[in-house]
Each structure stands twice: as C-alpha cells, then as structure tokens.
Design a protein around this ligand. Structure first.
Ligand SMILES: Nc1ncnc2c1ncn2[C@@H]1O[C@H](COP(=O)(O)OP(=O)(O)OP(=O)(O)O)[C@@H](O)[C@H]1O
Ligand SMILES: [Mg+2]
Length: 277
C-alpha cells in the first residue's frame, strides 16, 4: 500500500489509532502490581492504562502509598507488572527477564533520584561518563559529550571535583547531566527536588522544563501538586488507579516559598473544584 493509500485508510478510520501511534513512547495496558504479604493482598497498581507520547513532560502525582514508586519502577523497567502489558518504544517489556530489562534501561531510560545517587569515588565528569561506558562509547567521545552535558546543566567548571564537595543543587545537576549522557528516550525523575531547598528546587524544575522544550521526554514523580503543576500534563493517582489526567500550562516556575506571587500562571484553570492530592 502506498503512503497516500495508507493516509486515506487512516483518515477513513478516524485518524491513527492512538494506541499504535509510533510516537507513543510509553504504553501501559491494564497494569496491575499485586503484593501478597501473609494474609494481606495489596493492589499497589490496580488497573492502570496510560500512554505517554514522545516529547511530553508528564507528572505522576499522588499521596504516600498511592503507588507512585511502584508505577515508576514499572515504567523504569526496574520491576515487571503482575498483570497487564507495558510497551516501551513499541516493545513489549512486561515479561522481560532482569538482564533484558537492564539492557532496555541502558538504551532507553535516564534516571534522576531524590538523593542524586552519584558514585562518591568518581569525579563529576566520571559520573556523567558512566552511562556511556555501559553503552561502549569510546573514551574521547564520551569525555567530550560528558563535558557538553555538564555545560548544558551549567556546571562544567566543577568537572574534576568529587560529588560530595558540591552543593545539593549542583549534585542534582550532575545527576541530570548523567541522565542525559545516555541519550535516553525517557527521563524519569523521582522526587528530583525532594532534598533541595525551595529556591534550588525551582532552578532544577526550570532546568527540566528547558530540557523538555529541547525535545526530551520527561516523567516526573512527586507527592507535591505544586511541583506537578510545573509539568505540561498531570496524571493523578490514588489507590493504584489514575483518578485524573489533565493538560496543564505550567507558565513560569514558582517563586521560592514565602515570597509574594508564588504560582502565577496556569493555576486557576486546574484548581477550580479540585483539591491537592
Ligand atoms: N514490596 C512490597 N510489598 C508489599 N507491599 C508493598 C510493596 N511495595 C509497595 N507496597 C504497597 O503498595 C502500595 C503502593 O506503594 P508505593 O511505594 O508505590 O507508594 P508511593 O506512592 O510511592 O508512596 P510514597 O509517597 O510514600 O513513596 C502501598 O500500600 C505499599 O505499602
Ligand atoms: Mg514512593
């Protein structure tokens, strides 16, 4: 069938099937994660169906115990669902073994954690080089690219320092540079501002917004609706289910807590009749 015929056929069918759209990076289909501890059964993820497209900046927000970490572990290929199917970049990863998942993580995912998770015995530069070592990138090329990524996050001057000699905000920038170094399809950020003061946290969120504007797909996990509002899409979960999924205009980042005029734009449209999780 020619491209033209294909387009006609799709138009007749009401456009492309959103499930099969090639730009769909993350596709969760009726996902369950069930924990059995003694007598008790916990449905940590209780039937989630969700698609995230290339180029999105989505926040997954929910209270403690709502299933955020479980969801992040599945999306990040750190764990597999009990039931349901997960397609990452069109590949079904829901039944892969640990070593296969490790390959997928290296190829497709960049992680940013609350506690940065840098390797203390390596310099800032060596930390950023790590994902490229796993990918087999040659030394000269990976060093150059690591410096470029450190420049992108504004801390190239610290490259020969040890992580512990850097502030929290700088360490988080290193971890962001490291996430970028693997050229991931998706960046997963789990409470990336959780250990930072509000001003530094705001700067890190601004950086994530900029990286998204440059084309990176970002999934942010947080318990804090104020942080989720910085994303372009807010997916709220409760008791392992998606209870709300909305588009958002994040506007400029909030001013640090305590200053007048925090949360300027993009608030009214999502607040009406809704409570924070
Ligand atoms: N390994 C496990 N065994 C048994 N129950 C678990 C396990 N991991 C998570 N749970 C349960 O699953 C539910 C969801 O947990 P999860 O850690 O995903 O929540 P969360 O939203 O990340 O919470 P928090 O904000 O506190 O980190 C909770 O009821 C939790 O107690
Ligand atoms: Mg958690």
């Amino acid at each position: 069938m020619s491209d033209e015929d294909m387009k006609k056929k799709e138009a007749a069918a009401g456009g492309r099937d959103p499930v099969k759209r090639e730009e769909t990076l993350i596709r969760l289909e009726d996902i369950y994660k069930i924990y059995q501890t003694g007598e008790e059964t916990v449905n940590a993820i209780d039937g989630i169906t969700l698609s995230i497209e290339k180029g999105e900046f989505a926040a997954i927000v929910g209270q403690s115990g709502s299933g955020k970490s479980t969801c992040m572990n599945i999306i990040g290929c750190l764990d597999v669902p009990t039931k349901g199917r997960y397609f990452l970049g069109g590949r079904d990863v829901s039944h892969m073994k640990d070593d296969e998942l490790a390959v997928i993580r290296n190829q497709m995912l960049g992680f940013i954690f609350q506690q940065y998770n840098l390797i203390p015995k390596l310099t800032v530069l060596e930390n950023v080089e790590l994902p490229m070592i796993y990918k087999g990138v040659k030394e000269k090329e990976r060093r150059e690219y690591a410096v470029q990524m450190l420049e992108k996050v504004g801390i190239a001057q610290t490259k020969f320092r040890m992580p512990k000699q850097r502030s929290g905000g700088q360490q988080q920038r290193v971890s962001i540079a490291r996430a970028l170094a693997g050229k991931p399809s998706v960046i997963l950020a789990d409470e990336p501002t959780g250990a930072l003061d509000s001003r530094t946290g705001t700067e890190v969120l601004e950086l994530l917004k900029r990286l998204n504007q440059e084309g990176n797909t970002i999934v942010l996990i947080t318990h804090d609706m104020g942080i989720a509002r910085q994303a372009r899409r807010i997916i709220r979960i409760a008791d392992g289910k998606v209870v709300e999924d909305m588009r958002n205009d994040p506007g400029p980042a909030p001013e640090p807590a305590g200053t007048a005029g925090a949360w300027k734009k993009g608030r009214a449209d999502i607040e009406e009749g809704r409570k924070d999780p």
